[in-house]
Design a binder for this molecule. Sequence first.
Ligand code: SAM
Length: 280
Amino acid sequence: MNINSAIIQGEKVLKDNFIDNAHLDSEILMAKAIDKDRKYILLNSNRNINTKDLNSFQKLIKKRSLGKPVAYLTNKKFFWNSEFIVSKETLIPRPDTELVIEQVLKLTTHKKKLNILEIGIGSGCILLSILRERKNFYGTGIDISKSCLNISKLNAIKLKVSSKLKLYKSNVDKFTLGKYDLIISNPPYIKNYKLKYLEKDVAEFEPKLALDGGIDGLSEIRKVVKKSSELIKKSGKFVLEIGFDQKNKVTNLLKEEGFYINSINKDLANKDRCIVCTKI
Ligand SMILES: C[S@@+](CC[C@H](N)C(=O)[O-])C[C@H]1O[C@@H](n2cnc3c(N)ncnc32)[C@H](O)[C@@H]1O
């Protein structure tokens, strides 16, 4: 069988299992199975595929048809300007989260040197993207998950920013090190009774630790806001991703902790997603 026929067969299996973007997914999984990039596939679609590669392709298609996200099957995800390594313990970087980066870059156009803290670094997609964009910025990332820190470290090495990054395994509650010019966070913010109603790919495969915001969706945000108010320098900026329906409650929490709200920014679906504020 040639590469193209196998991709079409894979696409059919995915469509039969109601997977969106079946053709694209099948192509990406073929690239993974034969260890080439998609460009190779497009240029060599008539080449025959050997039995071993065909078997591994069909296994990947089977897993995808059960809902496992492509990023967890390939262990990579493109975000901002770079490809990030991901594992089943890290949240898959979301396009909406690029809003945090846009805001940070806007805020720091004229800044030469800056100390940044990210609370809940996950794969490192936010902080490492910023460190790549701004040569003299330094980053500290914390996460409660050791596996996330391991992946962040690998990504920092891959993106050549590891000399500007410190990582600590810590619950946000317990972290007391340093004072920062800028704090960023995309904390877990889904109400826990809603977790099971998320899309199957998310609900069954993404880490609960990255999603679960407790009974009201705000349990981690509360901790992050409180801790940020302690660790931020006076006049420092705080950029926080929130759930689309959390604007009012979170702005109140921020005001109670001495933050002035600069802006509330909308995501690609026009939903409130990112708050920029200043410690007064
Ligand atoms: C929504 S994910 C964000 C990951 C990454 N920053 C991104 O935007 O893709 C939240 C991260 O916070 C971490 N986390 C959850 N609770 C935490 C806590 N109490 N203290 C520190 N980190 C926590 C999770 O392990 C997860 O990596």
